[in-house]
Design a protein around this ligand. Structure first.
Ligand code: NAP
Length: 306
C-alpha cells in the first residue's frame, strides 16, 4: 500500500518531539508538508497558512493538527471541507460543541476524524484495562504533578481562555481513567487554584462518584509524578509513568518505562481508521474537564510567571 501523505500543522513542541519522529519511523506515512506561521521541519515543504497548503497540495490525504486547542477548530473544519481526513491532538478542541460539529462534518463527507488521546497508547494501559475488567473497584486516586516550566516553557496559551491550564496534562490522566475503568464515573466536586494573573487553573483537586479522586498540580519541582492507583476487592493496581508501567500488588506486572511508543501507535490507528472508513471521537475525558470548570470551587493563588 502506498504511504499516506500527511500535512502536519502547528510545528511546536509536540510536533517536533513526537509527530515528526513517529512519521519518519513509519513506512505507512509520508510527511508531505507542514503548516505553521514560524515553525518548519528540515527538508519538508513548508506553508505559512492552511488555505495555501490545501490549494497547493490536493495530493495530501490527511491533515494532522498539533496546534493548541483554540485555533484547532478552524483548521480542522477547513481540512474536512476540502476532503481531507483529520487527526486532532488532545484535547480535541476548545469546546465540546465544536468537536461535535467536526464529527458531523466528517460523517457527512465520509471522512475519518480521529480525536487522539496519546496516553491511552501508553504501554501498560491495555493490560491495566484487561486486569480491571472483572474486578470490583473500591477506590482510585490519580496523582498528576509536574512542572509547567519544564514541559511547557513559555507557552502562554495554556493560561489563556481555552488553554485549560493544569487540565492540559490532567486530561491525559482522565483519558487513561476513562479507558481502564469498567464503568463510567461522574464528577461530584472540584477545587481549582487559579493564579491571580491567569485565566486557567494551575492546580485542581477532583472528586468523582465511585470513590475516585484526582490531584493535578503544575507547580511540582523535583521528581515528577504521573500515577494512577486503583484498589479493588482482589488487589491493588498501580499505573506509573503516565500509564507506561504497571504494578499489581506492588510487583512489576508489565509495560515499559518510555513514552516513545505512543505516537507511532496513534498514526498506526489513524491508518487503520482510514482503511476501515471509520472515525474515533471519544469526548469522555473532556466532559470531565468541562464539568470541573463548571462545578469547581475557585481559589485564587499567587501570580504565575514563566
Ligand atoms: P506549542 O509548542 O506551543 O506548539 C503549537 C504550535 O502551534 C506553535 O508553535 C505555533 O506555531 C502554532 N500555533 C498556531 N496558532 C497558535 C496560537 N494561537 N497560539 C499558539 N500557537 C499557535 O504547543 P505544544 O506543546 O506542541 O502543544 C500543542 C498541542 O499538543 C496541545 O493541544 C497540547 O495539549 C498537545 N500536546 C502537547 C504535549 C507536550 O508535551 N508539549 C504532549 C502531548 C500533547 P507557529 O507559531 O509556527 O504557527
Amino acid at each position: 500500500m502506498a504511504a499516506l501523505r500527511v500535512a502536519l500543522v502547528g510545528i511546536g513542541k509536540i510536533a517536533v518531539d513526537q509527530h515528526v519522529p513517529a512519521l519518519r519511523g513509519s513506512a505507512d506515512w509520508e510527511l508531505a508538508c507542514t503548516v505553521s506561521r514560524k515553525g518548519t521541519v528540515d527538508g519538508v515543504q513548508a506553508f505559512a497558512d492552511m488555505a495555501s497548503m490545501l490549494e497547493a497540495r490536493p495530493d495530501v490525504q490527511v491533515v494532522s493538527l498539533a496546534l493548541p486547542p483554540v485555533p484547532r477548530f478552524v483548521a480542522a473544519e477547513a481540512a474536512l471541507k476540502s476532503g481531507r481526513h483529520v487527526m486532532l491532538e488532545k484535547p480535541p478542541g476548545a469546546t465540546l460543541a465544536e468537536v461535535h460539529a467536526l464529527q458531523a462534518l466528517a460523517a457527512e463527507r465520509g471522512l475519518t476524524l480521529f480525536a487522539t488521546w496519546h496516553s491511552r497508547m501508553a504501554h501498560a494501559v491495555f493490560p491495566a484495562k484487561a486486569w480491571l475488567a472483572d474486578k470490583t473497584i473500591t477506590r482510585a486516586h490519580i496523582t498528576w504533578r509536574e512542572d509547567v516550566r519544564k514541559w511547557h516553557p513559555g507557552q502562554d496559551w495554556v493560561f489563556e481562555p481555552g488553554g485549560m491550564g493544569v487540565f492540559d496534562p490532567g486530561i491525559n490522566a482522565l483519558s487513561i481513567l476513562t479507558e481502564i475503568l469498567p464503568a463510567p464515573v461522574h464528577l461530584q466536586s472540584a477545587e481549582l487554584e487559579f493564579p491571580a494573573n491567569r485565566q486557567t487553573p494551575i492546580a485542581a483537586r477532583l472528586a468523582f462518584s465511585g470513590n475516585v479522586t484526582a490531584d493535578f498540580d503544575w507547580r511540582q519541582e523535583g521528581p515528577q509524578t504521573w500515577d494512577i492507583a486503583v484498589e479493588t476487592t482482589a488487589g491493588r493496581l498501580d499505573l506509573r509513568m503516565g500509564g507506561n508501567v504497571l504494578e499489581i500488588d506492588g510487583q512489576p506486572a508489565g509495560g515499559q518505562n518510555t513514552i516513545m511508543g505512543e505516537y507511532p501507535a496513534l498514526y498506526a490507528r489513524m491508518a487503520e481508521l482510514i482503511a476501515a472508513g471509520q472515525s474515533d471521537v471519544d469526548l469522555a475525558p473532556m466532559v470531565h474537564v468541562a464539568d470541573a470548570l463548571t462545578l469547581g470551587r475557585r481559589v485564587i493563588v499567587d501570580d504565575f510567571f514563566f
